[in-house]
Design a protein around this ligand. Structure first.
Ligand SMILES: [Zn+2]
Length: 344
């Protein structure tokens, strides 16, 4: 059968081009922090179905799972029922939360029994072990993530405006993925001067310290709101008009999907298979235990002996942690208050 190479290859080139284009825009869209740099950002708004002017924010619950450097994440599907589909309200990750906790308790008890340290050294070892095991457990409970569209203003390292510079882009639009703690820091910056804090339409400076670790950088970030009179983006000014024009062409939902792979709709069958792989040794142990009371679970038996100092593992890429508490100032804000402030 004759093969038309040109037709085949030219199609491939089209696919690659699309792939590169989508990939490039995903990288560009994703909001990233920079060590020792102050970002200046503006939260644009739109008018929602109820006629209210709100910032571009959606919130959903995300699970992280995995081990070693192999981490993944997905939307929690607990309670999500779509008639005639596989979405029956179950969540394959939630179904494994108990197993993950049982593993932590099992491994902790085993290492505690084997630990030969005494006194303070033993206490310290067990405390660190406890922290490490809970932090690195195979699946984590679903945590709320806020996906936010923000406009990063082109500034120097200190957050001073470069908008008048010739040839420089004045701003870029990004999708940030923030925890409740991160969102609260923006609100904390606002509540000092606003009765009804709303990030929409406001400009902020976010000062990132000189930390190589992205988690620490986010945790220690200093967020301050820019006084309305000193803001670069002011309703009606040229920059404001240009941003609004750009936002009119902006597809928020598609941009989140491009920039944040964890929001991709994954099949429950696929996630359940990943869970079964992740918990294979534990499942085998449970099955063996049913017929042999002396059965052992050995998956972690070689890791972190009491006579060595366990290295503090860095947060795995893509894992959702409860981090960003450090450096947070101000009181706790309830989810309701937060949602109200965000206009959700
Ligand atoms: Zn879940």
């Amino acid at each position: 059968m004759p093969v038309n190479l040109l037709a085949l290859t030219s199609k491939k080139v089209t696919d690659v081009a699309t792939f590169i284009k989508e990939n490039a825009s995903a990288n560009k869209l994703k909001y990233t922090t920079e060590a020792n740099v102050t970002h200046r950002m503006f939260f644009p708004t739109y008018v929602n179905e109820e006629g209210k002017e709100v910032p571009y924010v959606v919130a959903t619950k995300i699970h992280a799972w995995g081990e070693g450097s192999n981490y993944s994440s997905c939307i929690c599907t607990k309670g999500v029922v779509v008639e005639g589909t596989e979405y029956d309200g179950s969540c394959p990750v939630c179904e494994r939360l108990n197993d993950a906790s049982e593993i932590v308790r099992y491994v902790k008890a085993e290492k505690e029994a084997a630990c030969t340290l005494v006194g303070e050294a033993r206490k310290k070892f067990l405390e660190d072990l406890d922290k490490q095991l809970w932090r690195d457990r195979k699946v984590s409970a679903a945590q709320i993530r806020y996906y936010v569209a923000l406009v990063k203003l082109n500034c120097d390292k200190e957050g001073r405006a470069l908008v008048d510079k010739d040839g420089a882009d004045k701003f870029s639009i990004h999708i940030a993925s923030w925890t409740k703690n991160s969102m609260e820091k923006f609100l904390d910056a606002l509540t000092m001067q606003d009765d009804e804090p709303n990030i929409g339409g406001r400009e902020f400076k976010v000062k990132y310290g000189d930390y190589n670790d992205a988690m620490t950088r986010v945790g220690q970030a200093q967020i301050s709101v820019v006084d309305v009179k000193k803001a670069l983006v002011q309703e009606g000014n040229e920059l404001y008009k240009e941003i609004m024009a750009a936002m009119e062409k902006f597809d928020f939902n598609h941009s989140i999907e491009l920039a944040r792979p964890e929001v991709e709709t994954k099949s429950l069958v696929e996630i359940r298979a990943s869970m079964n792989t992740l918990f294979r040794e534990w499942d085998n142990y449970k099955a063996a235990l049913a017929v042999n009371p002396d059965a052992k679970y050995l998956e972690y038996s070689n890791a972190g002996t009491p006579n060595t100092t366990p290295d503090a593992p860095s947060a795995p890429a893509g894992a959702i942690t409860s981090g960003a508490q450090a450096g947070t100032t101000g009181g706790e804000v309830s989810i309701d208050e937060l949602d109200k402030a965000l206009g959700l």
